[in-house]
Design a binder for this molecule. Structure first.
Ligand SMILES: Cc1cc2nc3c(=O)[nH]c(=O)nc-3n(C[C@H](O)[C@H](O)[C@H](O)COP(=O)(O)OP(=O)(O)OC[C@H]3O[C@@H](n4cnc5c(N)ncnc54)[C@H](O)[C@@H]3O)c2cc1C
Length: 493
């Protein structure tokens, strides 16, 4: 159909490099690259102003990159498939291209509506796999082989020129207000295709040597972890490009000797595993979209269903629990949109075990705080850290022990919890309640007045959670279900 306009529908793939739908469309005719900002998606509990700040920044760069090739990105604020309908009326016959996306319930329903619309209009809709995730029935035993094969395929070069669709106005870039959002006040990482490549290079060649040692410590992790998550989340770089560059770097290090090269090699190997996990976790939500709103084992939904305590939730969400490490981590996440893996797990554990909050109610808001929010990673992780998968070890983090181990000099806590900044004894920074009343007065930090009392008794909460979950896991019906979960979602090596 030579006269068709090829619409490339951008979602979480905001780049030109290694973008198969764009390259395939460019070979076939005029290309209309499209991004649709949808108020109905932005209205979700998991969507915060910070997400739109990042997407908008990435779209501005993408528009310029595409314009250089002959056709700027067309941006609309509205709902799909209505926007497509309008474009169809304006340009005539269409073909639609997109990457498959493992999103949340709302984006999944939207994708189905678009598919139904395209079918009804007889518009060919080509969806291309992304992130090493397999759509449809597949054999989990050979999943890793397929992942490797996908990563090994040659990267797709960006088209040099695009045949334009001049009759379509690129349109203004929607603002936060257009989407019904307040402006974001978060101090976020920069995003965009150029920044993604710069960040990856600096990790592979400069930062990152102490990645393995630093990744659990929230302070050092800020610069020693790759910080590629936000780029992967919005697709300003492809996972395949990352795997390619990391393996190229590994080959370069092949013959090199010495501690520095050894450290680098080990760091790259850990990084490689994590890129694999990115797809491995996303595959879980792709295979079972229900786990966004239902525990892996449905019996676990009843566990905390009637115990929601709004005061505990508010204290956790705003970083006022009286546990310095929990509060520091939450305040850091709220301000910057980023936190290292271990501390995200600790925050989740605190909500689920210490505060005994139902993960189904806190997970969307918690995800929305993350600049790199990816539903496919987030929901399986939240369930793992809340003990509702039925197959993973129950891991309850002790927030004081985590503070002492991961922030031994208390600098991270002092930075994010200014109430404790004047405490000179580091031991007290981790346990301010151990100061005598006179010491509290002298430090200008009276617990209960200047800094909250602890909102829960950790040890009591620990035993309650362990006993309750163990009892449930011993039930024969739960064990049967756990076996099925293991077959469907378990890692194979
Ligand atoms: C409760 C909870 C919720 C989380 N939610 C998200 C989320 O919404 N989005 C997100 O990208 N990560 C999430 N993570 C995983 C992890 O914390 C982040 O990927 C990581 O901190 C991002 O920083 P980085 O890019 O510097 O990571 P690096 O350590 O440099 O890792 C490189 C990449 O590997 C992937 N990765 C790393 N760890 C994991 C993991 N455990 N599972 C799956 N993929 C991983 C990410 O894509 C990451 O960008 C969550 C973890 C927990 C415990």
């Amino acid at each position: 159909m030579p006269d068709s306009v090829h619409v490339v529908w951008y979602k979480r793939d905001l780049r030109v490099d290694d973008h198969r739908p764009l390259a395939e469309a460019a070979e076939r005719g005029p290309v209309l690259p499209l991004y649709v900002a949808e108020p109905s998606i932005a209205a979700g509990d998991d969507f915060r102003p910070r997400q739109w700040t990042l997407i908008r920044e990435a779209l501005i760069e993408l528009r310029a990159r595409l314009a250089k090739r002959g056709q700027p990105l067309v941006v609309r604020c509205g709902e799909m498939p209505g926007v497509l309908e309008t474009l169809h009326e304006a340009v005539g016959p269409l073909r639609l291209w997109a990457h498959e996306e493992t999103g949340n319930e709302r984006t999944f329903a939207r994708d189905r509506r678009v598919r139904a619309w395209a079918d009804a209009q007889d518009i060919p809709f080509m969806e291309v796999p992304s992130r090493g995730v397999i759509r449809g029935p597949h054999d989990r035993d050979h999943w890793s082989d397929r992942w490797e094969a996908y990563m090994d395929r040659p990267l797709v070069h960006p088209p040099e020129a695009l045949a334009p669709v001049p009759e379509i106005d690129p349109g203004p870039m929607p603002t936060h207000a257009d989407l019904g959002l307040r402006p974001s006040t978060a101090a976020l990482q920069q995003i965009g295709e150029a920044e993604a490549h710069r960040t990856l290079d600096s990790f592979l060649y400069d930062r990152g040597r102490t990645y393995r040692r630093a990744m659990s410590k929230p302070g050092p992790a800020t610069t020693e972890c790759s910080r590629m998550s936000v780029h992967l989340a919005y697709g300003t770089i492809s996972l395949r490009r990352m795997v390619y560059e990391l393996r190229r770097r590994r080959d370069e290090l092949q013959g090199q000797r010495g501690a520095a090269a050894d450290d680098r090699r080990k760091a790259l190997s850990s990084f490689d595993s994590r890129l694999h996990w990115h797809s491995h976790f996303t595959q879980k939500l792709e295979d079972a979209p229900r786990i966004e709103t239902e525990s892996y084992i449905p019996a676990f939904d009843a566990l905390r269903a009637d115990d929601w305590d709004s005061e505990l939730y508010e204290a956790w969400l705003t970083g006022h629990t009286g546990f310095p490490m929990v509060d520091a981590c939450m305040r850091c996440l709220r301000t910057t949109g980023w936190l290292n893996f271990r501390m995200r797990a600790m925050l989740c554990s605190f909500a689920a075990y210490d505060c005994w909050l139902d993960w189904r109610r806190f997970a969307p808001t918690y995800g929305g705080l993350m600049a790199d929010y990816v539903p496919g990673i987030h929901y399986p992780q939240v369930q793992m850290q809340s003990g509702t998968t039925g197959i993973n070890q129950i891991r309850i983090y002790n927030p004081v022990k985590q503070g002492k181990e991961q922030d031994p000099d208390g600098s991270f806590i002092r930075r994010w919890v200014p109430e404790l900044a004047r405490l000179e004894t580091t031991e007290y920074v981790h346990e301010p309640w151990r100061m005598s009343p006179i010491e509290q007065q002298a430090a200008g930090c009276v617990v209960g007045t200047d800094y909250p009392e602890r909102i829960v008794d950790h040890l009591e909460a620990y035993h309650h959670a362990q006993d309750t979950i163990r009892t449930l896991r011993e039930r024969p019906d739960v064990q049967e279900q756990a076996e099925r979960i293991l077959q469907q979602h378990g890692s194979r090596g």
